[in-house]
Write a protein that binds this ligand. Structure first.
Ligand SMILES: [Zn+2]
Ligand SMILES: [Zn+2]
Length: 266
């Protein structure tokens, strides 16, 4: 019986299945707690190809709540959310305030360049990677999130565990430890094709060197599937648990949900 707090739905246009499909699969495979965290809607049609629209969000929340009523385990409705200071009010007023999301996952997928938000896979310059790090640390310190999804996703594009990777991701780890935020071992990364790293073929993420550093610095760890199809909802989380066992870490079962209202943020 394991938990998973990272689940998508067809609303993000790159996953299949709706809440009842994921809940049914989780029931079959043995689940003790399930969190939905589809990509949060953003205002102004930003990155709309990979997320629901703001007008779809109330229906998403309702679908998770209704499907979760008869589940044999607790079901939570949340979002995987980008951070940029320009969206702070959007996150607090709309996602947490109006929609009453149970939790928000910090998905650090971008950096701002001019008026554009660049996807992490497009970062080629050192300066971009350092700016990405600053933004990610700021997101961690915002106090809005309950854990950090795939904190080593930078390594899907930065092929070498070099001084820059260590400095940037070390800063992410330190910020997470200081804020008490768990780091996620992401099962979806373990299902992706291997890429060529500097020390041979590896998964785009999770990356062993990152996790060894995270453990050395006392990070809390959570294992999730990041399911984009129902059959992965528990099976990919189990892969994340296997990875955790290999590096000798004992993951948390459930993240502590940050209650933004209680903490005076909204
Ligand atoms: Zn993500
Ligand atoms: Zn995700």
């Amino acid at each position: 019986m394991i938990t998973n707090f990272h689940t998508h739905t067809a609303l993000c246009h790159h996953a299949v299945g709706m809440p009842p499909d994921y809940i049914a699969a989780a029931e079959r495979e043995g689940c003790s707690g399930l969190g939905f965290s589809d990509h949060a809607p953003l205002p102004d049609r930003i990155w709309q190809a990979a997320r629901m629209t703001p007008s779809q969000a109330p229906g998403y929340m309702k679908a998770v709540r209704e499907a979760g009523k008869d589940a044999g385990f607790p079901v939570y409705a949340g979002f995987e959310c980008e951070w940029h200071p320009q969206f702070k009010n959007w996150i607090t007023d709309f996602l947490l305030g109006e929609l009453k999301a149970d939790f928000l996952v910090y998905g650090p997928h971008w950096v701002k360049e001019g008026d554009e938000f660049l996807w992490i896979g497009e970062l080629t310059e050192r300066s971009q990677v350092y700016r990405y790090t600053d933004l990610t640390v700021e997101g961690i310190q915002s106090g809005l999130f309950s854990y950090i999804a795939h904190p080593d996703i930078l390594m899907s594009n930065w092929r070498s565990w070099d001084g820059d990777a260590r400095a940037c991701l070390g800063a992410v780890i330190d910020a997470a430890v200081a804020s008490g935020l768990p780091l996620e071992i992401n099962g979806n990364g373990l299902e992706r094709p291997l890429i060529q790293g500097d020390s041979g073929p590896r998964h785009p993420y999770p990356v062993r060197e990152f996790w060894e550093l995270a453990l050395e610095r006392g990070a809390q760890v959570i294992c999730n599937s990041d399911a984009h199809y129902p059959e992965a909802v528990i099976s990919a989380a189990l892969k994340a648990h296997e990875f955790a066992a290999e590096i000798g870490c004992v993951p948390l079962e459930t993240p502590r949900f940050r209650k933004a209202a209680a903490e005076g943020l909204i």
